[in-house]
Design a protein around this ligand. Structure first.
Ligand code: 5AD
Ligand code: FES
Length: 343
């Protein structure tokens, strides 16, 4: 019988784990796992923490993901769509606050067609920053045009690799298309981010282990993992499981073991379910934080899940607050753009 210590030692040496070993780690007390993930994080990506300034520019979405408050059938949410000038102004504010990476995120809102987005991307890229897009599934031509316009990175969580669960949670969507998008993004030379939700109704340890193996096989450059938080105006309302935080933390830590040099955020969802969630995550394998740079008016409306943190905080305040928290655990804010280090 292999022991916890043997598995962690193997991970340290080889950064390869079998599905059984991953499941074992997910089901065992997390203390040693978190410590090992923290040590591997320190060895491969150091003590610097990369901040990414998030501009959530539209909450209009054509998709129907059953867990998400922005889903098209949710008629209760007040929708907004920023103009190109507003987007660029928020981006400039992010640059002024010192962010070296900006992330443009939205629902799947086709109002922003290819040329319009390209002009926004090239305007923002006049600044000396890295630019990440997180706007969902688009055509190959779109991905190529955005890349040519200057986008450096793309985030598209696979959400779950369990095909049956995927089908149940995403009516009218196609798992194969999502996979094809990710492969396309990778082949265009974007730094590619993916990730999953943890604690979805019907999700098993076996399927979470498959998610981690998927991140490894894709050789993802970034992996964002968050606990599922039920939204009251979605079909999954009320399905909160208090174990989701710890479980998400474990999925994140095991991801650090198998992909030691990638960027892993301490996600906002983690802080939403645990008041110290981001710091705990930063001490369990994470090396990135993604504060929002919008005003309260828009932050409130970008309600993927309820009780999001920092809704009433000014973007400058969040910048200082998170810096103080990071410094308090002996880490520091990076002054670089924070690309994945070449292996
Ligand atoms: N709880 C937690 N995370 C969620 N997301 C969507 N809905 C929820 C929810 N209810 C995550 C998805 C998506 C990201 C932008 O937000 O993983 O990719
Ligand atoms: Fe927003 Fe602390 S990060 S107030």
């Amino acid at each position: 019988m292999t022991s916890l210590n043997d598995i962690l030692e193997k991970a340290r040496e080889k950064h390869e784990l079998s599905k059984d070993e991953i499941e074992f780690l997910l089901q065992t007390d997390g203390e040693k796992l978190f410590k090992t993930a923290d040590e591997i994080r320190k060895e491969y990506v150091g003590d610097e923490v990369h901040l990414r300034g998030l501009v959530e520019f539209s909450n209009i979405c054509k998709s129907t993901c059953k867990y998400c408050g922005l889903r098209a059938p949710n008629k209760k949410i007040e929708r907004y769509r920023l103009t190109p000038d507003e987007i660029i102004n928020f981006a400039n504010e992010g640059v002024m606050l010192g962010y070296k990476t900006l992330v443009l995120q939205s629902g799947e809102d086709m109002y922003y067609e290819r040329d319009l987005l390209c002009s926004i991307i090239s305007e923002i890229k006049k600044n000396d920053i890295a630019l990440t897009l997180s706007i969902g599934e688009r055509s190959e031509e779109d991905y190529e045009a955005f890349r040519t316009a200057g986008a450096d990175r793309y985030l598209l969580r696979i959400e779950t690799t369990d095909r049956n669960l995927y089908k149940k949670l995403h009516p009218n969507m196609d798992f194969e298309n999502r996979l094809a998008c990710l492969k396309n993004i990778k082949s265009l030379g974007y730094e590619t981010g993916t990730g999953c939700l943890v604690g979805l109704p019907g999700q098993t340890m076996s399927s979470l282990a498959d998610d981690i193996l998927f991140f490894k096989s894709l050789n993802a450059d970034m992996v964002g993992i968050g606990p599922f938080i039920p939204h009251p105006d979605t079909p999954l309302k009320g399905m909160f499981n208090p174990d989701n935080f710890e479980r998400a933390l474990k999925v994140m830590a095991v991801t650090r073991l198998v992909l030691p040099d990638i960027n892993i955020p301490a996600t906002t969802a983690m802080e939403t379910v645990n008041p110290n969630g981001r710091i705990i995550a930063l001490k369990s394998g994470a090396n990135v934080v993604m504060p929002n740079i919008l005003t309260s008016e828009y932050k409130k409306k970008y309600e993927i899940y309820p009780n999001k943190i920092c809704i009433n905080e000014h973007s400058g305040k969040c910048r200082n607050c998170i810096e103080a928290k990071i410094n308090s655990i002996g880490r520091f804010i990076s002054t670089t753009k924070g690309f994945r280090k070449p292996v």
